[in-house]
Design a protein around this ligand. Sequence first.
Ligand code: MG
Length: 413
Amino acid sequence: MQEPPAANDAAVTEPIAARPDVAVVVVAAGSGQRVGDDGPPKQYRAIGGRAVLTRTLARFAASPLVGRIVTVIHPDHRGLYDQAAAGIGKLTAPVEGAANRQGSVRAGLEALAATPPDLVLIHDAARPFISEGLMIRLVASLAETPAVLAAVPVVDTLKRTSRAGLVTGTVDRDGLWAAQTPQGFRFDLIYAAHARAAAAGRDDFTDDAAVADWAGTPVAVVMGDPANTKITTADDLVHADRRARMEDTAIAGDVRVGTGYDVHAFAPGDRVILCGVPIPSVQTLAGHSDADVALHALTDAILGALGDGDIGAHFPPSDPRWKGCDSAVFVRDALARLKARGGVLSHADISIIAEAPKIAPHRETMRARLAQLLGVTLDRVGIKATTNEKLGFVGRREGIAAIATATVRLPWA
Ligand code: MG
């Protein structure tokens, strides 16, 4: 009678689907103390204004290849994780890691096992520059080989030294590769290999390719990416921060400036609202909403930069919903349209043209309010006021005009 094939061989011969279900395990359970100081572990440090883990997760979430992502975290870092993961798609509930990397990966695989994917990419959170190209190469290679490892050829000449630091020889670098993550596997194989390693009392594997190799699964090298570096030291963090900023600038390099103009007439009353700030006045401004002429001009400026209509198109004055409405609603809507297109607001500048009331005493309050509304620092908000030298409708104190510009950055389409 013929022996049944070993579990590994059976899985190897089973063809994977043309569009395989790919899951990702991101290992973020380490305490990462080599970056020094007493700050949070490296995966939660900000580079270019966002946590390393946030950037890593966002890269996978953005790839059409990836179906779901499970993050393995340290039990003490739940709060940090929740902050870092906020708003990122495809995430399943995080799982708690173990005392070592191998145990943490196993916990991540365990979390996927109830609905096993075809393939799994296992990745260290501290490599935030993972490219989609590398994900594609790994997944494509998994159609041929059950286990793959991203790695780059060693280019530096390698020296062996004595304890005293004296060179005792040159290591032949032929056939030597520096291992990276992701490492990719047929899910069933690596899940079984980890279970076997744990059952055998082995907990000393430093990567998953080694676990697969130990379990008898052939592992192929896939050309990694020299840019897919790992953050280990404080120096690495500094470099990663610089690079993240440069990449973000290159990505959101479509800089646009929009302008807006609005006028509201005076009506009987005792205050006007400008940039959300009530200012005592001998008259009020007439309008369907709260008549905040400054925020209306700014809303149009943002919409103008997006090429997305104007305030009247999105909020028709005929609609009773906007009667007496806080004009911050209109600004927030424009910002949401900006965000939906992956954009950010760099700067807003408003000029208010009025003979009265005096704006200067309220200017800093208005700037602070506007910065808060726009979610930017104070230096990104300009508010200026001028009279109209008694000329025209403004000069005759019939109303207030406002001109705004908004500078936004969008990703190149
Ligand atoms: Mg208006």
